[in-house]
Design a binder for this molecule. Structure first.
Ligand SMILES: [Mn+2]
Length: 346
């Protein structure tokens, strides 16, 4: 089976031609990703926008995210073009969207994740032609045309399939953006979502000249001093429970002492989860009046999303989380373990 066959098995032909029909008459294309953007959001945002600009050069393509692009992605081509929301100093109520604008949403599981659903409801009520590119199960397919493929490990993977289906050429810059999303959403091709199709996608991107070492260095081989010091505290405080949990916790004091932002905790859980023989791992972190819990497991017989559900959280079977109002106390930690265990034993 060729790559094109793979691509077309992933993409319904009429959706692809509908998307092209939408884009053809547009003079402006607004690409939007979700708040708190990760590598897939930024990679897909830049990847699809630069692709459209390349194949349909008469279009004015703009890139939008309500939150700033994290520093680790500043190496990506075109990243300086990412603007905030659609608002504009001369038009405080928003950029003067034109009736023939086409909006492209990437990696947004639902409208509110753009954080533009209240400021720009017209983006979601059918006023504009919209294209949704996403891989989240829960996506309600809120676009005029939807490429929603939960079987894809990343939104960038869907964009590569789309480019193959349309026979759109990938430049080295575009391939670098898209590889970033493929890598980050698979944890560097290590997560269980790393399918054969992911490897084919990576092969296609490397053939197109994706700068793999730049992505790896920026995303997986760089860490700020504050991050390492915060992780040091997490690792030092790991305790193993009789129930088979590897548990650690960070307080507001730990964030203050290391100078780390909350977001710098991301990734530490993979180390806590590395201890052989444990059923699950948990990091509790105190954040502005809340206690956030991140749960992971490597085992097929443990469902951490059910554990998170006990605390109004959720997620996937092997990675889940919750947030509770309050401060971090040892009692909270023990309660978490006991209730989860009771539930599993039922
Ligand atoms: Mn994603």
């Amino acid at each position: 089976m060729t790559l094109i066959d793979f691509a077309s098995s992933m993409l319904a032909k009429d959706d692809a031609s509908k998307a092209l029909a939408l884009l053809a008459p547009a003079s402006h294309v607004r690409c939007i990703c979700h708040r708190n953007p990760d590598g897939d959001a930024i990679g897909a945002l830049l990847g699809i926008g630069l692709l459209i600009e390349q194949v349909l050069p008469q279009r004015d393509v703009t890139f939008h995210c309500v939150d700033p692009v994290p520093e680790m992605f500043h190496f990506l081509p075109g990243v300086f073009r990412v603007q905030g929301s659609l608002s504009h100093p001369e038009h405080p109520k928003g950029l003067p969207l034109q009736s023939d604008d086409v909006i492209v949403f990437v990696d947004c599981a639902e409208p509110k994740l753009t954080e533009m659903h209240e400021t720009h409801p017209q983006l979601f009520d059918g006023t504009f032609k919209t294209i949704v590119l996403d891989h989240h199960h829960a996506n309600p397919r809120f676009g005029s045309v939807n490429f929603v493929h939960p079987e894809a490990a990343s939104t960038c993977e869907i964009i590569v399939a789309l480019a193959s289906a349309f026979e759109w050429p990938l430049t080295s810059d575009i391939a670098t953006c898209l590889l970033t999303g493929v890598y980050t959403d698979t944890g560097g091709l290590l997560h269980s979502n790393t399918s054969a199709h992911v490897y084919r996608t990576v092969a296609r991107l490397l053939r197109a000249g994706a700068r793999r070492q730049s992505v790896i260095t920026a995303v997986f081989r760089s860490a700020k001093l504050s991050t390492l010091q915060l992780w040091g505290r997490v690792l030092e405080k790991i305790t193993l429970t009789e129930e088979g949990g590897a548990i650690s916790a960070v307080t507001e004091g730990d964030f203050r002492a290391t100078g780390a932002e909350y977001s710098e905790l991301t990734g530490a859980i993979d180390y806590v989860n590395a201890i052989p023989g444990m059923r699950f791992s948990l990091i509790l972190s105190e954040r502005a009046g809340k206690v956030k819990g991140s749960l992971r497991t490597m085992r097929d017989d443990v469902d951490v999303s059910a554990m998170a559900g006990k605390f109004q959280g959720g997620g996937h079977r092997k990675a889940a989380g919750f947030a509770l109002p309050g401060k971090l106390k040892p009692e909270v930690r023990w309660k978490v373990v006991e209730e989860s265990r009771e539930r599993e034993e039922k």
